[in-house]
Design a protein around this ligand. Structure first.
Ligand SMILES: C[S@@+](CC[C@H](N)C(=O)[O-])C[C@H]1O[C@@H](n2cnc3c(N)ncnc32)[C@H](O)[C@@H]1O
Length: 342
C-alpha cells in the first residue's frame, strides 16, 4: 500500500510545495526544496521535511537521509542533522561520508590503505590518468590529491548526486585536474529516483586513455549485466599498460561459512539468497545492498569484457576466512587481455 502511494506520488512530488525546515540555535527557517541546494548549511543544523506525511513517503538512503525529487529530474538528499567533518581543509558532510559504508573516523586510514594497495598491486605515478567508478564523497580522491602532480588527472563518477555536487564544489574548485561526473543511474539504495540504468553509462574517457581505474565496493552493489557493462567500458578506456583494481565479495564455501561465524562487518553478511547464476544477495528485499559472486561468475564476467586477471584474486578481510587478506573485500587486478601477465 505504502509502496503504491509512494509510486503514485513520485511524479507529483516535484510540483508539491515541499519545504525543508532548518532548526539552528532555537531559530527555525523554512526553505523551499528547490532553493535548498544554495542554502548555506551549518554544522549542527537539524533538518525536517514538511509536510511530515510526505517525508514518510520519501525514499531513504543507508545513512538515514531522505530523497526529495525536484523539478528537472534532480533529487535532493536531506539528512536529519547536518554534521561536518573537517579534513585537509575541507568541511565534509558526515551523512555523505557514511555512504562509503564507514564513518568519518576511518576516512583517512581507509583512504590511505586503498592507495597503499594501488601502489603495491598496480603502481602509481604523479602524471597518471586515474578514473574512479563509484567515487562517493572522494575518500580516495582526497588521497590522490597528494600523489598526482599538475600533469596527472583524476575523474570520479558516481550515481549519488549530492556526493558528486560536494566533490565538484570543493575538490575541483581547489584542484581543477580533479573532475567529477554524476550519472543518474537508478540504484535502489544510492539513487532510488534515478532515471537511467547503469548499462546506459558511457565512461567519460576516450578509448585507451586511462592508466589506472579503481572501483572500491561497487561490484558489491551491482548485478551481472551492470558489471559486464562496466568491465567492457573499462576495456575500452584502459591503456595497454593500464591496470584496474576492483573489489567484490567472493561467494565460496570457505568465505560464507567463515563470514557467518565471524560476523566481522556491521552488515551481517550471510549471502543466503541465490539471485542468479553464481550471484548471492544478503537481503532479498534490498538485493543490491550487498551482492556476492562465485569465482566462476567473476571469471565469466571478466571473460566477457576483453579484460583478464593480472594475478589471482587478492583475499578480503570481511569473512575472516583468510590470514593473508589485503583489503576489506576480495580484489580483481585487471589488464587488457593481451597485456595481462597470467
Ligand atoms: C560502498 S560505497 C563506496 C564508495 C567509494 N568507492 C569509497 O570507497 O569511498 C558504494 C558507492 O557506489 C556508488 N554506486 C552505486 N551504484 C553505482 C553505479 N551503478 N555506478 C557508479 N557508482 C555506483 C554509490 O553511490 C556509492 O558511492
Amino acid at each position: 500500500m505504502k509502496r503504491a502511494i509512494r509510486q503514485a506520488l513520485q511524479g507529483l512530488m516535484p510540483h508539491l510545495p515541499i519545504k525543508i525546515a532548518v532548526s539552528r540555535n532555537g531559530a527555525l527557517m523554512r526553505i523551499a526544496a528547490d532553493e535548498f541546494e544554495a542554502f548555506p548549511l551549518e554544522d549542527g543544523d537539524e533538518l525536517r521535511i514538511a509536510p511530515g506525511f510526505i517525508a514518510k513517503l520519501l525514499h531513504g538512503s543507508p545513512d538515514g537521509s531522505r530523497h526529495v525529487p525536484l523539478r528537472g529530474g534532480k533529487t535532493l538528499q536531506v539528512p536529519a542533522k547536518v554534521e561536518m567533518f573537517d579534513y585537509k581543509g575541507f568541511r565534509i558532510p558526515k551523512h555523505l561520508i557514511l555512504l562509503t559504508g564507514a564513518g568519518s573516523e576511518t576516512l583517512e586510514p581507509i583512504g590511505k590503505a586503498h592507495i597503499a594497495n594501488y601502489r603495491k598491486y598496480m603502481g602509481l605515478a604523479p602524471e597518471m590518468s586515474i578514473l574512479e567508478i563509484g567515487c562517493g564523497i572522494g575518500r580516495d580522491a582526497l588521497q590522490f590529491i597528494d600523489i598526482l602532480d599538475g600533469s596527472g588527472r583524476y575523474v570520479g563518477v558516481d550515481v549519488t548526486r549530492d556526493s558528486i555536487a560536494w566533490c565538484i564544489k570543493n575538490i575541483t574548485a581547489r584542484h581543477p585536474n580533479f573532475t567529477f561526473r554524476h550519472f543518474d543511474a537508478r540504484h535502489e539504495l544510492y539513487n532510488p529516483l534515478g532515471t537511467k540504468g547503469t548499462t546506459d553509462f558511457v565512461l567519460p574517457a576516450a578509448d585507451r586513455s586511462v592508466d589506472r581505474i579503481v572501483l572500491g565496493s561497487i561490484f558489491t552493489h551491482l548485478f551481472e549485466d551492470e558489471i559486464v557493462h562496466y568491465l567492457s567500458e573499462i576495456s575500452r578506456v584502459l591503456r595497454p599498460s593500464g591496470r584496474t583494481y576492483a573489489t567484490f565479495f567472493l561467494y565460496s564455501e570457505e568465505t560464507v561459512s567463515a563470514g557467518r561465524k565471524t560476523d566481522r562487518t556491521p552488515f551481517k553478511l550471510r549471502f543466503e539468497h541465490r539471485f542468479g547464476d553464481g550471484c548471492y544477495v544478503n537481503d532479498a528485499e534490498n538485493p543490491t545492498g550487498a551482492v556476492a559472486y562465485t569465482d566462476e561468475a567473476m571469471h565469466r564476467m571478466i571473460e566477457k569484457s576483453g579484460l583478464a586477471l593480472d594475478q589471482p584474486f587478492l583475499k578480503g578481510w570481511w569473512s575472516g576466512a583468510f590470514d593473508d587478506a589485503v583489503d576489506g573485500q576480495e580484489v580483481a587486478i585487471l589488464s587488457l587481455r593481451n597485456s595481462a601477465t597470467i
